[in-house]
Design a protein around this ligand. Structure first.
Ligand code: HEM
Length: 206
């Protein structure tokens, strides 16, 4: 029993460290005097945190289909227990994305003007959904809302994924190609999950 508790604690510590690492990595380009970072630090960190949050978000969404496709893979079940913590980390990283955006843009009137563009608007809507998901991620919130309503609210994550896909695809540099690379694994996993469900249903019929 004691050994089991130590293992759980170690695993939790491992997960916390993993989630903090992308945040700490931010100091690497500063310390290594990365010329791309030095040319425009706010832009560099804005893009870095956008990508970090998106990859982490895609990973969280991938856990459910992975559990269905590989039910005997224990590590996925163990990681899934910390799914809400992953979700909160996504929100923390996206807050950094927003902060560096505000620093990068700098001028208030320009920030307001940008709100009219579909690119920024999709980001803002996705941000609000992530805020709702993160703020309802505590055990207390689940109890207050009720599990089935909470589950309904958390389906908004799929709407956020669509908005983030659109937001990332519209950005100037790598746009659609990078976005497809990011989202392809999730799309494949969801496809396999549906495939497994359909196969199971049709076998049960006969
Ligand atoms: C709060 C509202 C948001 C604003 C104002 C915003 C703004 C921006 C800006 C200005 C860029 C850089 C565009 C460029 O370099 O062409 C960007 C890129 C990006 N954003 Fe957002 N964003 C927001 C929300 C989000 C959210 C919620 C996500 C995902 C969780 C996200 C993910 C990304 C990604 C992946 C990139 C591309 C980074 C790259 O590859 O360079 N953003 N965003």
């Amino acid at each position: 029993m004691k050994g089991q508790l130590v293992n759980i604690f170690r695993f939790k510590l491992f997960i916390y460290t993993m989630l903090a690492l992308p945040g700490l990595y931010m100091f690497y380009p500063i310390l290594s005097h990365n010329p791309i970072f030095l040319a425009d630090p706010a832009k560099y960190l804005l893009e870095y945190f956008g990508k970090t949050a998106t990859l982490l978000f895609i990973f969280v969404l991938s856990l459910s289909p992975m559990r269905v496709i590989m039910p005997n893979f224990k590590i996925i079940a163990s990681i899934s227990r910390y799914r809400r913590m992953f979700g909160v980390s996504v929100f923390v990283y996206i807050v950094f994305h927003l902060i560096f955006y505000l620093i990068y843009e700098g001028i208030f009137s320009q920030i307001v003007e940008n709100l009219k563009t579909p690119f920024i608007l999709s980001g803002v809507f996705a941000f609000f959904i992530l805020f709702i998901l993160a703020s309802t991620s505590t055990d207390w919130a689940v109890k207050q809302i009720g599990y089935s309503r909470w589950k309904c609210i958390h389906r908004l994550a799929y709407l956020a994924a669509l908005l983030i896909f659109y937001h990332q695809a519209l950005q100037e540099k790598n746009g659609i190609v990078q976005t497809i690379y990011f989202f392809a694994p999730l799309a494949i996993l969801e496809f396999l999950r549906v495939g497994k469900y359909v196969l199971k249903k049709s076998f049960n019929k006969y």
